[in-house]
Write a protein that binds this ligand. Sequence first.
Ligand SMILES: *Cc1c(COP(=O)(O)O)cnc(C)c1O
Length: 374
Amino acid sequence: MSAPRPITPDKHPAWFEIDLSCFSGNLARIRKHVGRRLICCVLKANAYGHGLIPIAKAAEASGQVDFFGVAHLSEAIALRNAGILLPILVLGAIHEDQIEDLIRYRVEFTISSLYKARLVAERAERVGARCLVHVEVDTGMRRTGVRPESAFALIDYLLSSPCFSLRGVYSHLAMSETPGDETTLRQIESLVRLKEKISLLGLLWHLANSGGIAFYPDSWLDMVRPGLLCYGLSFPGAFPGLQPCLELKAKISYFKVVAAGEGISYGHLYRTEKQARIVTIPVGYGDGYRRDFSNRMHVLLRGKNYRIAGAVCMDQFMIDIGSDEAFVGDEVVLLGRQGNVSITLDEMAALSGTDPREILCHFNERIPRLYLKK
Ligand SMILES: *Cc1c(COP(=O)(O)O)cnc(C)c1O
């Protein structure tokens, strides 16, 4: 028997199209916006659903980024195994059992307490290696990070230990997605004050996530950490020129004519008003296409909007096209543009009462990702 080949879009009736030129264009646009600052492109959670490795390779090849940010060691190892050479910073809290791998794979990581620093030092001493670390300071997120007043002792400890090479100090913004926010201004001030007091040369100070990059130039410091913006998603009032680079498409898998008053899909949450053509689309919540889109989200077919009819099932859902025409095999756009109409992630997020990042992270590996370079 021959080795199994990966499922390619031509063997699956739905696919993501990810435009890598568009992605690189977004990086160039961010680069232009932040000038000489380093850029740490955040790739956690499968590069916000866009696919970790192809996105990392495109970012590295673009020459626009200096660092990669991930949440977990496992993501960093996947990047190294794929041949990624740029510095990688694990932003999440690490576990002391991970030290050997963090060193072996040349991964930089975050230290947020003296307690953890000592645990790490014990392990690092045993293998006689130096860990490249960044200190995270909590200026207002209250997630991880040492308090600003405790940062001095932690930094002193790291500088005096042969186990550590201190590369940076950073913090994370909690409220940066609207301009002029008081909490954000206080967070910026808090980290800047610490920077002035510590005044060590060669340290990378970083704070800005996408909101910080869009609205708070004072938060840019030495390096910025964009996630959302890299993928072309932004906020009202932010700098222009970014383009979403992911689309979700499918082919109509079935077609039937249903009489007036018939219930459609589980629970018969939708009923036809008159005799209608009902079209089946082979995507469901098993792919991460959310069940709360039932009866509410719409899709694009032949340049027109059609609302979902009834519940989204695990693997498929239906639309009611009335007396319009469509054929099995016709292309349907679930996210993205078709002719003059489009469906955006913001629209999906608003409908689900969530953040566009969560919509992206729900998309899993069942639908193949097709990478385009235009
Ligand atoms: C996720 C994350 C980012 C990127 O956030 P966006 O708002 O998507 O740009 C930056 N820094 C840290 C510490 C993060 O956890």
